[in-house]
Ligand binder design. Structure first.
Ligand SMILES: Cc1cc2nc3c(=O)[nH]c(=O)nc-3n(C[C@H](O)[C@H](O)[C@H](O)COP(=O)(O)OP(=O)(O)OC[C@H]3O[C@@H](n4cnc5c(N)ncnc54)[C@H](O)[C@@H]3O)c2cc1C
Length: 234
């Protein structure tokens, strides 16, 4: 059983839960945990949540509330510090970044797909890694950006980390372009070129991941270097 140590809002609809998990063996950035909720009548629901944190300390997850969802509104709105939650993990061995890797990295996030990619950015920071990272992060509006302050701070202080936002519904004041979806031009301009042989990590809703991965392949990236994690939905 995990104990919720604390909870904090990242946006108006996404909350980070810090969990104390006894005998936690440590984890690699990109891995997730499975959470199982049991209602008083015995009904159970299980969902996966990527680990946002890196290194020692509580295991953090960030849950985006889906209004019609079964589990996410409970985790985003109801759970409080001190509550106990059934968790299993860490889970997953493919969608992971290893600090020993020297390849440049292109990260492509759609919405809450930023969560495991943030763990990679944090792990690289902890290891003082020199691998050049480029993040392309698609959100509906500026208010939907998770970890906004931390991303801006890290990008400003670290020349090895580029962050490019793509706004699909509303742009910030002064933004030079109208709202748009990620495109060949976005990934071509703001990701690493295929010649650099980057490792590409793509995460978000299923349809977003499929579009982004198709674009990367069309641009000439080796499919073996494109790792994807689909969060569900259409
Ligand atoms: C490996 C893995 C890691 C994940 N990590 C995270 C994470 O870090 N943060 C996070 O918030 N979620 C994450 N998810 C998604 C999470 O597991 C749940 O699917 C999500 O919270 C919705 O659960 P729910 O019970 O609220 O909605 P459900 O009751 O399961 O679904 C409600 C409706 O929303 C649709 N839907 C389900 N998931 C999505 C989605 N991602 N986008 C759009 N529509 C959707 C469903 O098709 C359905 O119509 C992850 C999923 C996987 C597989």
């Amino acid at each position: 059983m995990a104990t919720v140590r604390s909870a904090r809002w990242e946006t108006g609809s996404a909350r980070t839960l810090a969990l104390d998990i006894p005998d936690w063996p440590g984890h690699l950035p990109g891995q997730h945990i499975d959470i199982r909720l049991t209602a008083e009548d015995g009904y159970q629901a299980q969902r996966s949540y990527s680990i946002a944190s890196a290194g020692p300390g509580p295991v953090e997850i960030s849950v985006q509330r889906l209004e019609d969802g079964e589990v996410s509104p409970y985790l985003a709105d109801v759970v409080e510090a001190g509550d106990q939650i059934e968790v299993r993990g860490p889970v997953g061995g493919w969608f992971v970044w290893r600090a020993e890797s020297t390849a440049p990295v292109t990260l492509v996030a759609g919405g809450s797909g930023i969560v495991p990619l943030m763990a990679m950015i944090r792990a690289r920071g902890l290891a003082a890694g020199r691998q050049p990272f480029r993040l392309i992060y698609s959100v509906r509006t500026p208010g939907d950006v998770l970890y906004a302050d931390e991303l801006r701070r890290r990008a400003l202080s670290d020349q090895g980390l580029d962050v490019r936002f793509v706004y699909t519904r509303a742009v910030p004041d002064g933004w030079p372009e109208p709202p748009a979806r990620i495109s060949v031009a976005t990934l071509n301009t703001h990701g690493w070129p295929p010649d650099f042989e980057p490792d590409c990590f793509v995460c978000g809703p299923t349809s977003f991941v499929e579009v982004a991965a198709d674009i990367l392949v069309a641009l000439g990236h080796d499919p073996k270097r494109i790792r994807t994690e689909r969060f569900g939905g259409s």
